[in-house]
Design a protein around this ligand. Sequence first.
Ligand code: PBG
Ligand code: ZN
Length: 324
Amino acid sequence: MAFPTTRARRLRRGETLRRMVRETRLSRDDLVLPLFVVEGRGVREGVRSMPGVDRFSVDRLADEAKHVRDLGIPAVILFGIPAHKDARGSGADDPNGIVQRAVAAVKSAAPELCVVTDVCLCEYTDHGHCGIVEGDEIRNDPSVERIAAAALSHARAGADIVAPSDMMDGRVAAIRRMLDSSGFDEIPILSYAAKYASAYYGPFREAAESAPAFGDRRSYQMDPPNRREALREMRLDLEEGADLLLVKPALPYLDVLADARREFDVPLAAYHVSGEYAMLMAAAERGWIDGPRATLEALVAIKRAGADLILTYAAKDVAARLGA
Ligand code: PBG
Ligand code: ZN
């Protein structure tokens, strides 16, 4: 039945009706807040290209963790920025390293907050790559060993979920094996399975001091034009034992997210990355866009495409505005 019998606008008359027929609802339960942790004491410093995002020293983390919990956000993902970096990323699996101490601090301040740790080497290596470098090559298998060791040290520190973001082949299987053989068979792996070599990570690399000193990440992160390959990456990670899958960045890759939703039953996460956040904030600052509205619209779009969880730097603002 077509117009005039059918009128799509009938169900858009007034907020009550719109509320009743709304297909997607963003909730505080969907949010994961990234937190950057630095060495030192009493540090809470802004990140220039990410207004509203701070880097905390471990001693300032407890208050932030409680604040995040009180906002109703269920989870944080921690990124450690060590004082010392070397070729093998020794800090990544140091039992007394920056992220390990941060995990302990958050868990003791707010035990009900789910602590996810980003597992990678790039914040800990002096060359800034996500793996072990030989000549101008990023070597896969030696990197996987180091990454599995890092994941185990995070679990030992009390992490609830480990999230490898390096994109080396076989790292999910190696982490699963390592965790299972050390008594951590209940710790889930959130795999950054479809992570693209993206220009949108710029502000993060400033915050995490993790820009590669030479070359780029294209030999391990995915090529942006590839869509089918993302499904293959995700399938492989599931076979290796991933419990949750992540697509990153988010908005420019909603097609990938929608494909994944159709294809897999596991929970899906999307990372609304630093560059996506920075663009919104920059335009809002200039008065060129309504920042809060545009942010909500972006996150709803990510959820509509199929994400169960959204990692976003806007989590605190959004949670405060969404309420219970
Ligand atoms: C480290 C890592 C990166 C991000 C998350 N984990 C940067 C990179 O791969 O260069 C990016 C997050 C963001 O841009 O917000 N492997
Ligand atoms: Zn990395």
